[in-house]
Design a protein around this ligand. Sequence first.
Ligand code: NDP
Length: 327
Amino acid sequence: MFQGILINKDEAGYHAALQAIDEAVLPAGDVTVRVEWSTLNYKDGLAITGRSPVVRRFPMIPGIDFAGTVSDSQHPLWQKGDRVILNGWGVGETHCGGLAEVARVKGDWLVRLPEAFSARQAMAIGTAGYTAMLCVMALQKHGVLSTDGEILVTGANGGVGSVAIALLARLGYRVVASTGRPAEADYLKALGAESVIDRAELATPGKPLARERWAGVVDTVGSHTLANACASTRYGGAVAACGLAGGMDFPSSVAPFILRGVTLYGIDSVMAPLALRQQAWNRLASDLDPEKLAAMTVEIGLADAIGEAEKLLAGQVRGRLVVRVQS
Ligand code: NDP
């Protein structure tokens, strides 16, 4: 038996509880990991509260990412004692996840913990931070240079937004942070934002083409925000879309794409190939300022995760929540 959060859906409804879990609940997998740190991402909030149908099998241990130590392995790449991290692959959705003391997964899904990070730091970054890196890499691969103009980051106080700001600022980009919490402007500027705008400016229906402003965009919000971001992206610029915190719809027109040559990149962290993951984690090791990471991280215990999930979805969490899994 081990401690963890378990989600059930039965005659009593949808409910998540911290409890003792039998190892028999764990799915098949060739590597067993003693989980040390996990995190609360937006998707974990959806899973724990049942707000969206993220969980596809019951009972389910939520937690789309974790860091820990291999305790048993039948996989040729992994041995007992290896330090590993995991992001995505349906873990915490269709396969039991990281918000418990033990996880059993496929060895093919694991990434070696980069030497630059402790397990806690890796999870302070977590899926949100690794996704932010994928967004920045997409803009750079497109050829967006720091001298091209301002980069818009939406959902700025969230996990993806906070890490994206810190990364872009470190790389010399001029970052404009869009937020619904202007009172957090000092926090956003300390991370590296040059200026802060009210997200309300982007949240309502806009014109198909607006004044050209952004050389690049990292969007975590979707809906009208993404449409307006595309409409204000400069000729030949790029938008990296990874989130739906404001809605899953995309009420845009083709105008930015066919009249300004704007490129919209879809960013997916869950099924991203291993080589891209390795590249992203290596880049995080070199491009993320550990002091900024520490400044955006709040530590909680497993017992706090259920309550914090509600706050996360209510947009009341700033930066990253890292979860201490072992008691
Ligand atoms: P967080 O909850 O940490 O941050 C989301 C932020 O979005 C909030 O802090 C808030 O920022 C803003 N926000 C919240 N609600 C609204 C709203 N109704 N309208 C506009 N803005 C809003 O989440 P994460 O940073 O972890 O994730 C952000 C998004 O990215 C989520 O949709 C998530 O599902 C997605 N994601 C996608 C991944 C992928 O693989 N594609 C991987 C990881 C995340 P502020 O208060 O500053 O306005």
